[in-house]
Design a protein around this ligand. Structure first.
Ligand code: FE2
Ligand code: FE2
Length: 281
């Protein structure tokens, strides 16, 4: 199978490792993530869609693909930087799968003095009525060899999201982004786990996958949401992944520079991936 990065916060380079390659072309990067899985059985599953249609469409074309080539799109959670090209994909008839709470309520990033709306656009909410997604909060096989994690159990105290609120039915409350799910892909080298933002906690996510499967955990790739995390949290995260038996990590998107550097320095299986990069597993 092939994992391609359609959108990330930073563009990848050619001088990566032996396993990360870069497709040719001038890719556009932006805050957000979109990862494409091409299975050995010929299916194409997209996870998340970046934050704009412009960058997504440009990059997908550079990969030699269009919306018609996608079998389905899976949305990890309801933040704008994962939903940018979803209106276009819905109009093009690409089936969408997500958790029942992904598009429910008004979502805010709520750090003091920095409150802002980070939920879906009105355009997307209207389109969802016309093109309703398949909703499921349990693990589900989307195509042969690609499963959703199901809702993630929050088993530890150090991976709790901060500064997020949600307004459901006029009541504002702390948002732990309960809808966030990951994808799990079967590869020849073991399981590949893909995270959107990782608000559920990358250790919580991998622990859940480990409880459901005893296959080797080859790699976790995607957003780990460790921006502004204290060094103690970064160390607990790294130790947690090692204890679960994760061999490789490719932190992207909202992982943050400090955390990415620490993984690079201390995690033996670190891989640097960005927009336009691909890995064959
Ligand atoms: Fe994100
Ligand atoms: Fe997010």
């Amino acid at each position: 199978m092939r994992l391609s990065c359609v959108i990330d916060d930073r563009t990848g380079s050619r001088d990566g490792s032996r396993i990360v390659h870069k497709a040719s072309g001038n890719f556009l990067s932006e805050h957000g993530i979109s990862l494409l899985i091409e299975t050995s059985g010929g299916k194409r599953v997209l996870m998340d869609t970046g934050s704009s249609e412009k960058a997504f469409s440009h990059n997908l074309e550079l990969l030699g693909l269009g919306p018609d080539d996608l079998d389905l799109v899976f949305i990890t959670h309801g933040h704008y930087d994962h939903l940018g090209a979803l209106p276009m994909l819905l109009r093009e008839g690409v089936p969408c799968h997500t958790h029942p709470l992904t598009f429910q309520g008004k979502r805010f990033f709520d750090a003091p003095g920095k409150r802002r709306d980070i939920g879906p656009s009105q355009e997307l909410l209207s389109l969802l009525e016309e093109f309703p997604p398949e909703y499921d909060d349990r693990p589900r096989e989307l195509v042969p060899g690609v499963w959703t994690s199901g809702e993630i159990r929050r088993g530890n105290r150090f991976e709790r999201p901060v500064h997020f609120t949600v307004d459901r039915d006029g009541e504002e409350e702390e948002d732990i982004i309960i809808e966030e799910q990951a994808l799990c892909v079967s590869t020849r080298k073991g399981l590949l786990v893909l995270t959107g933002c990782g608000h559920a906690g990358v250790v919580n996510i991998l622990s859940q996958i480990r409880r459901r499967s005893d296959r080797k955990l080859h790699m976790v790739a995607g957003g780990f949401h460790l921006v502004n995390a204290p060094p103690s949290t970064l160390l607990k995260t790294m130790d947690g992944l090692k204890k679960i038996g994760v061999e490789k990590v490719a932190p992207m998107h909202c992982t943050g520079f400090e955390a990415t550097k620490m993984f690079s320095d201390r995690f033996p299986g670190f891989e640097l991936m960005g927009t336009g990069c691909y890995i064959d597993l």
